[in-house]
Design a binder for this molecule. Structure first.
Ligand SMILES: [Zn+2]
Ligand SMILES: [Zn+2]
Length: 76
């Protein structure tokens, strides 16, 4: 699979290294964005947070669309 954003912008065939969580487009390292959401698990008496944050990969379009509801953004 190749990067969709590279293809859309320049018609370039750049190998993808990840897939967008929102739209499933292939993404190269230059076009992917990563968030580290906390995972909340109901445990009967409340909600616990998993000890480690998860990882989600986004394209710029989907990242912008969901950013308002997901303040925890990391560039790592
Ligand atoms: Zn790209
Ligand atoms: Zn996307």
């Amino acid at each position: 699979m190749n990067c969709y954003d590279c293809h859309a912008a320049a018609g370039a065939a750049v190998p993808a290294v990840a897939v967008c969580h929102g739209c499933s487009s292939g993404l190269c390292p230059a076009h992917l964005l990563i968030t580290r959401p906390e995972i909340h698990r109901p445990n009967g008496v409340g909600v616990v947070h998993a000890p480690a944050r998860a990882r989600r990969v986004w394209c710029a379009t989907c990242h912008a669309a969901q950013a308002a509801g997901a303040p925890a953004v990391s560039t790592a």
